[in-house]
Design a protein around this ligand. Structure first.
Ligand code: MN
Length: 503
């Protein structure tokens, strides 16, 4: 985990003013240094905090924020007002700031020193009202930020900062994201399509088409020795029937060609510097089967994936994978496949033709070869497993024509019954609060049948992401009722129209 975020920094900028004299400036600086050191030494923050000094004037604020914008390592800025910091001095700087902002409402001392507190102490330790003055101007300027309240040594406050840091790093990653599409959307599908120009403006990532012929050039150029090595890795890493290792059989050839496809895909993505890709089962060039096994393994490595040309889900998967690096339970591209009605225990079987990420597997995945009739009617290699159990979030971003909406549903994965005749990877979940309300709300919000799913992330991470992107977010959880949810959707419709007019 440490390695994943090693190239990033979060800057810590303390607000004050010169009213209280030189001694106060020295004290503020010393406190800030101690706090930043404490945050870094806590071991709870995935990104290093760098103290960038105390700002006492508009000029200093502007200089600090311009520097943050121009430093590629800096993925976000934390501000904290030690003394009262008149907020007009923050206006010009905030107008410049383009990095995610976290306002930390904390205080150097944890408790009031009841017996010794005098007026000097009061004047120096004014976060209680200094942070409100700062908050006012950020709100007046309609700038999105995360506000975290708590003592800087408090585990809960640090956990909120840690979540925001992971999201800020993933946000930086998305600003430099190329998504390669092999083929277009699946014909006629609405929800996986959208405005790729707006996506680049609002969400940062770039979506390019790549002729499948280019991929075929890579495919035909793969050398046998590389394929052989990867096939050996498969047999080592995954359970499989012993006869699968028998060279010359159709099944072995399918495993072989799958490995060849994986090598070709990875090389092309590396050469292009791409972080995500989409496939379309109607546009597979010389492949003899859908490259599902390759997609499964590339997802586990962190490549974003969306089936049937779904570039928005490919991007969101990459972002959620990036945020959750080093976390234990995993994430995957998934699709709502089949319902099981059973009252309050009604579930949705999550699967895809093949492409489910093995990071969410409960047991060692099994490498199998079976016939698949969609796209190319052929025996097809795949990893088969069922998912872990427990709470998670399913998320999607849809294009509503005038804006993007992030939809998040809290779900509970439960143990699936055996599916002996369905040899694909799957998960089984109950959407919160239950299928009846959860699925109705999802449908009313215009949600996709594809999702990006994570066990490790919570709604907090996705909320931080939506704030950074400045997009709408709706949450479906244990508190959702359909009548309130409908009101929220209608209010948001007005808000997002007005918001554009205001700014
Ligand atoms: Mn699909």
């Amino acid at each position: 985990m440490e390695k994943a975020f090693d190239n990033y920094e979060v800057w810590f900028v303390t607000g004050a003013q010169l009213l209280y004299g030189g001694d106060a400036v020295v004290a503020v600086d010393a406190h800030s240094n101690e706090m930043v050191k404490g945050l870094n030494d806590s071991g709870r923050l995935p990104v290093k905090v760098v103290y960038k000094g105390t700002v006492n004037s508009s000029r200093e604020v502007t200089a600090a924020f311009k520097a943050a914008n121009n430093d590629d390592r800096c993925v976000g800025v934390i501000t904290w007002m030690h003394t009262f910091s008149p907020a007009k001095m923050w206006i010009h700087g905030l107008q410049e700031l383009r990095k995610p902002l976290l306002h930390f409402h904390t205080q150097f001392n944890k408790e009031i020193p009841w017996d010794t507190m005098d007026m000097d102490f009061m004047n120096l330790n004014q976060s209680a009202h200094g942070d409100r003055e700062f908050g006012h101007i950020v709100t007046r300027m309609r700038k999105n930020r995360k506000v975290v309240v708590g003592h800087w040594q408090d585990e809960k406050a640090q956990a909120q900062i840690a979540a925001w840091m992971r999201v800020a790093a993933a946000w930086a990653d998305a600003q430099d994201m190329l998504i390669v599409r092999f083929g277009d959307q699946m014909n006629n599908v609405a929800v996986t399509d959208g405005d790729k120009v707006s996506a680049e403006q609002v969400l940062g990532y770039h979506v390019d088409y790549c002729p499948v012929n280019n991929l075929m050039e890579y495919y035909t150029a793969v050398e046998d020795k590389d394929v052989k090595a990867l096939v050996a890795t498969y047999f080592q890493e995954y359970d499989h029937a012993p006869e699968l290792e028998k060279e010359g059989t159709e099944a072995y050839t399918k495993v072989w060609n799958s490995a060849k496809a994986e090598i070709a895909l990875r090389r092309l993505l590396k050469d292009k510097g791409a972080k995500a890709f989409t496939t379309n089962f109607d546009d597979l060039g010389l492949f003899d089967q859908i490259p599902g096994l390759a997609s499964q393994r590339l997802m586990a490595e962190g490549y974003g994936f969306g089936a049937e040309g779904d570039w928005k889900t490919a991007a969101l998967y990459r972002t959620m994978w990036f945020m959750s690096q080093g976390m234990p339970k995993g994430c995957s591209f998934l699709e709502d496949y089949t319902l099981n009605f059973d009252g309050e225990r009604s579930t949705i079987l999550q699967a895809h033709m093949l492409e489910v990420c093995p990071l969410i597997a409960e047991q060692k995945p099994k490498l199998e070869v079976h016939r698949l009739s969609i796209g190319i009617d052929s025996e097809t290699a795949r990893l088969v497993f069922t998912s872990k159990q427990g709470e998670g979030v399913a998320a999607t971003i849809v294009d509503l024509g005038n804006r993007f909406r992030l939809i998040v549903n809290k779900v509970d994965c439960i143990k699936s019954k055996p599916l002996p005749k369905l040899p694909v990877a799957s998960a089984l979940w109950i959407p919160r609060p239950n299928l009846e309300v959860g699925a109705a709300a999802w449908i009313l919000a215009g949600g996709t049948h594809h999702t990006s799913f994570s066990y490790d992330l919570t709604v907090e991470y996705l909320e931080d992401y939506a704030e950074m992107a400045g997009i709408e977010m709706v949450v479906i959880d244990e508190n959702t009722t359909i009548s309130e949810f409908k009101k929220e959707l209608r209010m948001n419709e007005v808000y997002y129209m007005l918001n554009k007019a205001l700014l």
